[in-house]
Design a protein around this ligand. Structure first.
Ligand code: IPM
Ligand code: MG
Length: 356
């Protein structure tokens, strides 16, 4: 059977990190004789450049026809001052909406080799294993009305019952396979939309008597994440709060360059690093490809049920870090600094050792 992967390198460091992730996929497909087909397409600033739209319809078609989508990064300061429909980010939002990718999974786990790369004390972050389940196609990102006018700008934060129910079920199902604890993050002390969110989450929780549910206001959650992150297992939250908390959670693990993500929908799914396009280091072969490579591990697990291969990638990343190999973002005086391509090569080499 052939597996079709749409590859969207995007902007900035996107092409560099994606190319290492594709290298890893090819390495696994060779060892395991898996038939992979890569279909490249444009999205974001590069698509604006070439097609005058951040999301050409051809790109959406290629993604719809794929079994999984691999995306690099989106964003280029060049487009910062243009109209909002001509921003690279629109491409990503259009993909999420167009592919119905409502569930965004962002795991934050610490690799033992990286304990000292975090700005937090080792005893605070040791053994953290958090899964952020972020709602991705609703909330303030997509609510109507929204506009920018001469003397005001506004957005609408709205959640429908079915949107909260389906994302809550994803979180509770995930918690069942983990440490059975869901922290639902909202701003129910101020926002009606959050009071509604809380009510629906409580109702869904009735179906999961074996999972503990805690409600937390988002400001408190931000504080608790750095105070005592080990209290979290699954964090269930809306689109914007999830955006903010996942960047914050990434720093627990030492670098934004480490965090992978999966965006799941009914049909295809999209995998991308949590980090952005980092235009300041683009084209210099020094970006950290680990988040994208770890995203490929999530792809093998969630889209293709290739559990052993997915685990091999995880183990290879851990092994490489254990040996002291680092890209500049996570380097210190006792480590060996690798460039983007060398890091990809090192991880492939480990995979060859791990996979029989
Ligand atoms: C993310 C990013 C996106 C978001 C941007 C690029 C639209 O920050 O995936 O976290 O806000 O969702
Ligand atoms: Mg973000």
């Amino acid at each position: 059977m052939q597996l079709k992967i749409a590859v969207l390198p995007g902007d900035g460091i996107g092409p560099e990190v994606v190319s290492e992730a594709v290298k890893v996929l090819k390495c696994i497909s060779e060892i395991r004789s898996i038939d992979l087909l890569f279909d490249y397409a444009d999205v974001g600033g590069v698509a604006l450049e070439r097609h005058d739209t951040p999301l050409p319809s051809e790109t959406l078609d290629i993604c719809r026809a794929s079994d999984a989508v691999l995306l690099g990064a989106i964003g280029d300061p060049k487009w910062d001052n243009g109209p909002s429909d001509k921003r690279p980010e629109r491409g990503l939002l259009g993909l999420r909406e167009g592919l119905g990718l409502f569930a965004n999974l962002r795991p934050a786990k610490i690799y033992p080799g990286l304990i000292n790369a975090s700005t937090l004390k080792p005893e605070i972050i040791q053994d953290i294993d958090i899964l952020i389940v972020r709602e991705l196609t609703g909330g303030i990102y997509f609510g109507k009305p929204a506009a920018i006018e001469e003397d005001r700008g506004y957005n609408t934060m709205v959640y429908e019952r079915h949107e909260v129910e389906r994302i809550a079920r994803i979180a509770f199902d995930a918690a069942r396979k983990r440490n059975k604890r869901v922290t639902s993050v909202d701003k129910a002390n101020v926002l009606q939309v959050s009071q509604f969110w809380r009510k629906v989450v409580l109702q869904v929780a009735q179906e999961y008597p074996d999972v503990e549910l805690v409600h937390m206001y988002v400001d408190n959650a931000a504080m608790q994440l750095v105070r005592w992150p080990k209290q979290f297992d699954v964090i269930l939250t809306g689109n914007m709060f999830g955006d903010i908390l996942s960047d914050q959670a990434s720093m627990l693990t030492g670098s934004l360059g480490m965090l992978p993500s999966a965006s799941l929908g009914a049909k295809t799914a999209l995998y991308e690093p949590v980090h952005g396009s980092a235009p300041d280091i683009a084209g210099q072969n020094k970006a950290n490809p680990i988040a994208t490579i770890a995203s490929v591990s999530m792809m093998l697990k969630h889209s293709f049920s290739l559990l052993e291969e997915a685990q091999a990638i995880e183990n290879a990343i851990a092994a490489v870090l254990e040996k002291g190999a680092r890209t500049p973002d996570i380097a210190d005086t006792k480590t060996t600094t690798l460039n983007t391509q060398e890091m990809g090569d090192a991880i492939c080499k480990e995979i060859e050792n791990i996979l029989p």
